[in-house]
Design a protein around this ligand. Sequence first.
Ligand SMILES: *[C@@H]1O[C@H](CO)[C@@H](O)[C@H](O)[C@H]1NC(C)=O
Ligand SMILES: *[C@@H]1O[C@H](CO)[C@@H](O)[C@H](O)[C@H]1NC(C)=O
Ligand SMILES: *[C@@H]1O[C@H](CO)[C@@H](O)[C@H](O)[C@H]1NC(C)=O
Ligand SMILES: *[C@@H]1O[C@H](CO)[C@@H](O)[C@H](O)[C@H]1NC(C)=O
Ligand SMILES: *[C@@H]1O[C@H](CO)[C@@H](O)[C@H](O)[C@H]1NC(C)=O
Length: 434
Amino acid sequence: MELKISRLSCLLLLFLFLSSISSTKASRALPILDTFNGNNLLFNSRFNKLYDTSKYGKFQLFNGLALTPQMGWNSWNFFACDINETVIKETADALISTGLADLGYVYVNIDDCWSKAIRNLKGQLVPDSKTFPSGIKALADYVHAKGLKLGIYSDAGIFTCQVRPGSLYHEDDDAQLFASWGVDYLKYDNCFNLGIPPKKRYPPMRDAINSTERPILYSICEWGVDDPALWAGEVGNSWRTTDDINDTWASMTTIADLNDKWASYAGPGGWNDPDMLEVGNGGMTYHEYRAHFSIWALMKAPLLIGCDIRNMTDETMEILSNTEVIGVNQDPLGVQGRKVHSSGPDDCQQVWAGPLSGKRLAVALWNRCSSAANITAEWNSLGLEPSVKVSIRDLWQHKLVSRDAVSPFGAQVESHDSAMYIFTPQMSESHSVK
Ligand SMILES: *[C@@H]1O[C@H](CO)[C@@H](O)[C@H](O)[C@H]1NC(C)=O
Ligand SMILES: *[C@@H]1O[C@H](CO)[C@@H](O)[C@H](O)[C@H]1NC(C)=O
Ligand SMILES: *[C@@H]1O[C@H](CO)[C@@H](O)[C@H](O)[C@H]1NC(C)=O
Ligand SMILES: *[C@@H]1O[C@H](CO)[C@@H](O)[C@H](O)[C@H]1NC(C)=O
Ligand SMILES: *[C@@H]1O[C@H](CO)[C@@H](O)[C@H](O)[C@H]1NC(C)=O
């Protein structure tokens, strides 16, 4: 009898638990999108297909993190393995002194090479005593005192890519250790994985992190090999969709196109990750970096700075600190923008766009041709009704360029540059609810 009652109450609890999950799912994601639906006066019949959000909020990791794409810095793109606690501290200092932290760049993420080549006798990971003599806990305390968060790196394999110990089969111990140090973010790489499928290797670390009861943003880095957009939403807060980026125009453009494919799967709590920013590392021009930052922001990519923040040029700072472009990335609607139109030789004249809160659209005119071009966006290709009047704000010139534009809108864009705008459709007088 006693047994029966407790079984019954278990079932009841399970039922309550499951129904609370499904109601959270239904209530958290969809109503925001509904503001776009049924707005036939502004948006045309292609709108919902163009900006397919059928997978938005479908899977969720309920750790309450990354409701907008994560922002911060990561050591790899500039320093690679040449890191130490001084660089990490000075970078934290620079995030504060430059004002970048105030703009949202709060994660200070240590990539590979922070640990010793072997575990200690208790089987624990140990920080490299030459480069991190004070240990990771001291570093976490240091960045926390500045209001920042600390990220660390491990690997879902037996070694990291730089052949430090990996966390495969050590998930619980390592997650407990990271939590005890006060770590806030884990990038989890894919080297030396014994050929075991990612779908088997990434969930154990999710569960291990969850057991620590510390909110730790979980960044999955399986390089897009097993189409993580299809399954990683319930495993991590972001998932890399491609191979590593490098500091070239060819790499950046290739990755943007690959990441675009998975746009319908992004949403609050889970983002496609086309890899960290190269802005400021010297391999691309000012215009190319501006396009890189514009498109990453529009694609709702994590904005993780990859340059030496202690030594940025004014141009680099201007790009990374553009609050209007950051605003597109951090918009609470959380719908990934995408390529909606292309024309010209090799389709190099491109229009990328995506819905924002407040029935607005972010629009980028991206010139991937080798010379300047006039790029034109037709309302139809943006999902707008042809008669709608739109106010247009230029996010790089920081000014209103039109109060009442009608289709089409075009601009001359320099080679490899991207112009970026917010379009705010105006309700016509006869329809506006005064
Ligand atoms: C720490 O790393 C930076 C960047 O690689 C380097 O310039 C500096 O000399 C290193 N400092 C120490 C104390 O090793
Ligand atoms: C652990 O998972 C549960 C169920 O998904 C969730 O409600 C909770 O917030 C998670 N805790 C942490 C610390 O991530
Ligand atoms: C950079 O990426 C591009 C495109 O993916 C690739 O062709 C190239 O080999 C890479 N360059 C380096 C130096 O890794
Ligand atoms: C700062 O960056 C410039 C390139 O922009 C480089 O020439 C210089 O060596 C860097 N200084 C330091 C201290 O790293
Ligand atoms: C873009 O259009 C303007 C106005 O028609 C014209 O003056 C300009 O030469 C065009 N630019 C290019 C690169 O075709």
